[in-house]
Design a protein around this ligand. Structure first.
Ligand SMILES: Nc1nc2c(c(=O)[nH]1)N[C@H]1C(S)=C(S)[C@@H](COP(=O)(O)OP(=O)(O)OC[C@H]3O[C@@H](n4cnc5c(=O)[nH]c(N)nc54)[C@H](O)[C@@H]3O)O[C@H]1N2
Ligand SMILES: Nc1nc2c(c(=O)[nH]1)N[C@H]1C(S)=C(S)[C@@H](COP(=O)(O)OP(=O)(O)OC[C@H]3O[C@@H](n4cnc5c(=O)[nH]c(N)nc54)[C@H](O)[C@@H]3O)O[C@H]1N2
Ligand code: SF4
Ligand SMILES: [Mo]
Length: 697
């Protein structure tokens, strides 16, 4: 029997946990957390364990396919890679010749080969590469830049050493990151406290020491009241604030009207609990965390909510403190070099054309240009504003279900001349594509190196565990072969993934073989914290933390606009909240044989009192309607949700028939959600839509 152990990276979700894969006779027998990585040591979440079921799933896409019936009809012609790539290349050439390169868009969920697709887009001359980032947390990104000059992704949390963490709908124990969960559990065993705030009683709420059932959409009021107490009672870290913060006096004046008693009326949280929380956090400062969230895409005022959470950390002096938040350190901190990217090649053109989402123009100045704003795509296509778009390449991104307003998304797709998916599954976007180019799933491919910045800069590698089960290829190879056919091969100096990885590692001092032993290499053994007295390096114009933000103010936005009260939805209307469960990743795992068995469909959480009023019993079919769509789903009647809200899991309601287990199970939240955004920060407002609910007779 031939047995081997391969160190790699999970990809059942974007966290990319380091894993050890046991392979026997070419079959994956076991996957566990990489034992060499503190915080992983054998652990996986349910989705990570379901990687084997994905590998062996016969309902994945098994070869390149070209559509042979109308879009969405499920009629496909199985073709060779040459046929598929030639077909896409010819179509792209025609479209570029007729409408210009900017008419081509590539959207992807950020991943290890993102530099390859960015290179592809620059090579063809289109500015229109976007990632999922804005739809996940664009406003968190902009908020962080407005205060610190760094993106949120350049910051992280020292969970292991924290003494008190406050989570705003950050459903830590269901929307899982394995290492973070293990680290926080260790802190809890050492006496740390968790405060959880959510209109819904999640698993995290049940594990928390304190839980606040807040009125939906009012977290900003809570935070202004916390600041009011912290500033008026002088509970902040005076030395830190004095040294590093610009604008405290402005904030002090601003929060005066926002007393705990005022916030009680807005949020439903008693004033004395707000005061107690402020005092408790201050006692444990600076080893405290107000978690600024991962998915900061909830409401149109998101930028100000995320800023307020970050400012609470600043007042506690917890930014760059043990047990608080820290800036991720790259190899440069210790004289090392990161892996090269294809985008760094000399001679690769830069493209100076307005983006489809207008990011970087006066219309939309602040969102991060590196990511763009994906939810603008259907609007740009339908309105041909700023210009007509003709082709979409969806690369590990599902615009139909991941952008609000599914009906509008479908109308937009209809206007395109070419839709190509690089996917592993019959996702709904693959189902509506003209061509599917199937990628090998993560256990079947070597991937580009992962630069893992943090307290200790490291580099990880997704090593190939087994050969592809079907006629699939790695995405970086697919794009290179497409570029070759467009006469742009010179920007892709590799034939195999191994060539690409070796090219990327040149100059780093590390080699492919160095990853065999543990799956990663480290640039240093020591944790790096900057000196809090004199060594913090903020990238704002003032070099300080800017409460009054030059980024915002120079773009014409106030740093502290007056709080706008959140109206309760009219009678019979509810705020639609959405979220995740531990058993699924977004829209991609519902057809996984194992995970589908655990959670096969979603239900609509509705408060018992409201359900009674509407004559709805647990398990009844109900019709849920918003301004933009409606659909049917079973009700889950519970008192564990705020009466103003209803809730459903994201990711269900798939239309691809060949993904037979998830086909037509549950309802897609995107059917109901309106495509509205925080126009400053860049996030869509995923929890802002109001809906009506009625029993299906
Ligand atoms: N199992 C699993 N884990 C994941 C993912 C996954 O798909 N599956 N995805 C990963 C990704 S990309 C992300 S972005 C994160 C998301 O991580 P989280 O943001 O922690 O996860 P969600 O499930 O989106 O949780 C949103 C919560 O916000 C609550 N909520 C809604 N409105 C309000 C409000 O006004 N105030 C407050 N305080 N709460 C509100 C909802 O009830 C819900 O419980 O999870 C990551 N981890
Ligand atoms: N309506 C609504 N929209 C949302 C959210 C929501 O809660 N509700 N949440 C938002 C958030 S927080 C996020 S992060 C985004 C996530 O949005 P997406 O990135 O669209 O979601 P995923 O489910 O991660 O995966 C997208 C696609 O990648 C495919 N895929 C999975 N693995 C691979 C692979 O190895 N290679 C390739 N080529 N494809 C692969 C899947 O089959 C799926 O079709 O959605 C956002 N949009
Ligand atoms: S959190 Fe789970 S699914 Fe995501 S990478 Fe880690 S083990 Fe895999
Ligand atoms: Mo996300």
């Amino acid at each position: 029997m031939k047995k081997k152990e391969v160190y790699s990276l999970c990809f059942m979700c974007s966290v990319r946990c380091p894993i050890k894969v046991t392979v026997e006779n070419g079959q994956v027998k076991w996957i566990e957390g990489n034992p060499h990585v503190p915080g992983m040591e054998g652990s996986l979440c349910p989705r990570g364990a379901a990687g084997i079921a994905l590998l062996n799933d016969t309902q994945r896409v098994q070869s390149p396919l070209i559509r042979s019936g109308p879009r969405g009809s499920g009629k496909w012609k199985k073709v060779s890679w040459d046929e598929a790539l030639n077909y896409v290349a010819e179509k792209l050439k025609e479209i570029i010749a007729q409408h210009g390169p900017q008419s081509v868009v590539l959207g992807e969920r950020t991943q290890l080969a993102t530099h390859v697709s960015k290179t592809f887009m620059r090579a063809i001359g289109s500015p229109n590469h976007f990632t999922h980032d804005a739809i996940c947390k664009g406003s968190v990104n902009t908020a962080a830049r407005s205060l610190f000059g760094y993106t949120d992704a350049q910051m992280s949390f020292d969970y292991k050493n924290t003494k008190h963490i406050v989570l705003y709908g950050r459903n830590f124990f269901e929307a899982v990151e394995v290492k973070a969960v293990n680290s926080l559990m260790e802190a809890v065993e050492n006496g740390a406290k968790i405060t959880y705030i959510d209109p819904r009683v999640t698993v995290t709420a049940t594990k928390a020491h304190d839980y606040f059932m807040i009125r939906p959409g009012t977290d900003l009021a809570l935070n202004y009241a916390l600041m009011h107490v912290i500033i008026n009672e002088k509970l902040y870290d005076a030395r830190y604030v004095q040294r590093w913060v610009d604008g405290l006096a402005v904030l002090q004046d601003f929060v005066q009207p926002y007393s705990p008693e005022w916030a009680e009326r807005e949020t439903g949280i008693e004033a004395h609990r707000i005061v107690t929380l402020a005092r408790e956090m201050a006692k444990k400062k600076p080893s405290v965390i107000f978690h600024f969230g991962y998915r900061g895409a909830s409401h149109p005022n998101e930028i100000y909510l995320r800023r307020s959470i970050m400012i609470l950390n600043v007042l506690m002096g917890s930014v760059e403190a043990k047990g608080g938040l820290f800036f991720k350190k790259g190899p440069g901190e210790v004289g090392g070099k990161p892996a090269r990217k294809l985008t760094e090649q000399e001679g690769l053109p830069s493209v100076n054309v307005v983006r489809f989402d207008k990011v970087g123009t006066p219309d939309f100045p602040l969102p991060d240009k590196n990511h763009g704003v994906g939810q603008m795509l259907p609007l740009a296509i339908l309105n041909e504003d700023p210009y007509p778009l003709k082709a979409l390449i969806a690369y590990r991104f599902e615009p139909l279900l991941s952008i609000p307003d599914l009906n509008q998304n479908k109308r937009a797709l209809e206007k395109l001349d070419l839709v190509v998916s690089i996917d592993i599954n019959y996702s709904d976007i693959a189902w509506y594509s003209d061509v599917i180019l199937p990628e090998s799933m993560y256990l079947e491919r070597l991937d580009c190196p992962q630069q893992a910045n943090g307290l200790k800069p490291q580099m990880f590698l997704r090593q190939q565990a087994v050969s592809p089960r079907y006629d699939t290829r790695p995405g970086a190879i697919i794009l290179k072969q497409l570029a070759d056919r467009l006469g742009l091969g010179q920007y892709f100096p590799y034939e195999t993934m191994e060539d690409l990885v070796r090219w990327q590692l040149e100059g780093t001092g590390f080699y492919l073989e160095d990853f065999d032993k543990k799956g990663f290499v480290a640039y240093t053994d020591k944790q790096i914290f900057w000196d809090r007295d004199d060594g913090l390096k903020f990238k704002t114009p003032s070099g300080k933390i800017e409460l009054v933000s030059s980024l915002l103010e120079n773009a014409g936005y106030p740093s502290f606009p007056a709080y706008e009260p959140v109206q309760a939805p009219p009678e019979g209307h509810y705020r639609l909240m959405v979220g995740r469960c531990a058993q699924h990743t977004h829209v991609s795992t519902q057809n996984n044989p194992y995970l589908n068995e655990l959670v096969p469909e979603n239900r609509l959480w509705i408060h018992t009192k409201e359900a009674q009023r509407l004559g709805i019993k647990d398990g009844d079919w109900v019709e849920v309607s918003s301004k933009v769509g409606s659909g049917q789903i079973r009700a889950y009647v519970t008192s564990m949700i705020h009466p103003e809200a209803v809730f459903m899991l994201h990711g269900f309601g798939h239309e691809a028939r060949l993904a037979a287990r998830s086909f037509n199970r549950g309802l897609a939240d995107a059917v109901l959600q309106e495509n509205i955004s925080d126009c400053i920060g860049g996030s869509p407002a995923l929890d802002h839509t109001t809906v009506t609910v009625k029993r299906v007779q």
